[in-house]
Design a binder for this molecule. Structure first.
Ligand SMILES: [Zn+2]
Length: 466
């Protein structure tokens, strides 16, 4: 059999007869699994064909409406024609547009203009932009191009540089919506805070640092630079992710504050910050609320203790003290109960017991143990009674399920070792990626382009059309 697909376009003007055009024809013989319904290449051909006919009519109608001055209604003279390329999800369109002279009643405007070019300043449809950016935040630019062109009729129109340019463009638009940076966002005085309504449960903000490979020699530490990622979680469990590149980002505090505000933060509401204790992340914990407290994330303590335990397995008992493992367990117990004094004392003794000269492993263990002791000493004011908090179901760690760094950074930025980033590129991609992981990017696009919002599902075909 032969299947012919026609597009029928009915104009709103009743007098004109419908425009009918054939867009595809498929042949089918014997039914087999391979010939049931449409093949991908046929579907792509069909989509592109339908859109070709559809857009030609749309443009024709639009151009017709533009031929009169919108102010005085005088017909506009035509200066010539030209073509404009517009990228869509279903192929790149070449649209033909007249160049019209500006009406004499508008002396301040340029002498001529192209109505079609003026309608598509971005030369891409918002939906294409949204899909490009969405997939590019989850997969590499190269895989994104491949995925979209494999499934959609958009061969030869996308390149990795276009995708990365679009990601930057969208992220910069988001960045442009962020207000000015301030050293503090605390407003009002205790008297006013006292009169506020009963606050919601504390917001829990976890902040963590990670590293990504740098593209150029612009940065410190064996060709990598730091990124900060975090989550803010309400009492009801609603989580918002965020990320930034310190040093590149000029508004880190504002960025975080807008998230807290969107989650309903009021000045008498507590915020618990959980961090790894690093300077850059600690700096971000200040200036958001008079009720903020900072806690060293228990996850980071246990992680360091696990590393120490592993290392100690490579050092014989006589070189590290026979009770090493037991004593390290006691350190953990003291820290769990906020007894920092005892924990530090014990750590010092453990250090003394190690014979650092005995082997390279022993020297490494001594060094790591010393670093851990310094870490606890520096952060001692941020070590609460984790045991009490745990029993009261208060936050002690952010890394219960999966670490934020792993989720936001590792999966997209560092999995492939050859992937290298500029600070700008990483920062901008983080803005889009957190939006995609939080499932807010589509809503953002719909806010920017209200026409994107899909109302009802497409109508069933009218009987008369068959
Ligand atoms: Zn006019």
């Amino acid at each position: 059999m032969r299947i012919r697909v026609q597009v029928l376009i009915e104009s709103d003007q009743e007098a004109t007869s419908p425009h009918v055009e054939e867009v595809a024809c498929f042949e089918r013989d014997q039914l087999s699994p391979e010939t049931l319904g449409l093949r991908l290449d046929e579907a792509k051909h069909l989509l592109a064909g339908v859109q070709q006919v559809m857009t030609a009519q749309q443009i024709e109608e639009y151009v017709e409406q533009q031929r009169q001055c919108s102010h005085c209604g005088q017909p506009l003279a035509c200066k010539g024609h030209h073509q404009i390329g517009v990228r869509t999800l279903f192929s790149k369109l070449t649209l033909s547009s007249p160049r019209l002279y500006t009406c004499a009643c508008q002396p301040r405007k340029p002498r001529s203009w192209s109505p079609v070019a003026a309608l598509f300043p971005e030369r891409s449809t918002p939906e294409l932009l949204c899909q490009e950016v969405r997939w590019a935040s989850l997969l590499s630019y190269g895989v994104t191009v491949k995925l979209l062109s494999d499934l959609l009729p958009m061969e030869h129109q996308l390149s990795t540089s276009t995708v990365s340019r679009h990601v930057h463009q969208v992220a910069e638009r988001l960045e442009g919506e962020l207000g000015d940076e301030q050293s503090s966002f605390i407003e009002g005085c205790p008297d006013q805070w006292y009169k506020l309504p009963e606050p919601a449960a504390p917001l829990v903000v976890s902040l963590d640092g990670g590293y990504v490979h740098a593209r150029s020699k612009e940065c410190r530490k064996d060709g990598s630079f730091e990124v900060i990622v975090g989550t803010s979680t309400t009492g009801e469990g609603a989580t918002t992710r965020f990320g930034l590149v310190p040093g590149y980002d000029t508004k880190p505090r504002r960025r975080l504050f807008e998230i807290l505000r969107a989650q309903g933060l009021q000045m008498n509401q507590a915020i618990t910050f959980l961090t790894d204790g690093g300077d850059t992340v600690r700096d971000l914990t200040e200036g958001h609320s008079p009720q903020a407290s900072h806690i060293l994330d228990w996850f980071h303590i246990t992680m360091r203790l696990t590393v120490l335990n592993q290392m100690a397995k490579g050092v014989s008992g006589e070189h590290k003290g026979e009770q090493f493992f037991l004593e390290l367990e006691r350190v953990k117990w003291f820290l769990w109960h906020s007894n920092v004094y005892k924990a530090l004392q014990l750590l010092e003794w453990l250090e003394l017991d190690i014979d650092a000269q005995a082997s390279p492993e022993a020297r490494k263990l001594a060094k790591t143990l010393h670093e851990f002791e310094q870490y606890i000493r520096t952060n001692q004011s941020s070590i609460p009674n984790y045991g009490d908090r745990y029993r009261n179901e208060e936050a002690i760690s952010s890394a219960v399920a999966e670490s934020t760094v792993n989720q936001i950074v590792s999966k997209r930025f560092v999995k492939k070792q050859q992937m290298r980033w500029t600070r700008r590129g990483a920062h901008l991609l983080l803005q889009v990626r957190t939006g995609v992981l939080d499932d807010t990017l589509t809503a953002t696009f719909q806010r920017w382009y209200p026409g994107m919002e899909t109302g009802e599902s497409p109508q069933e075909p009218a009987l008369a059309a068959s």
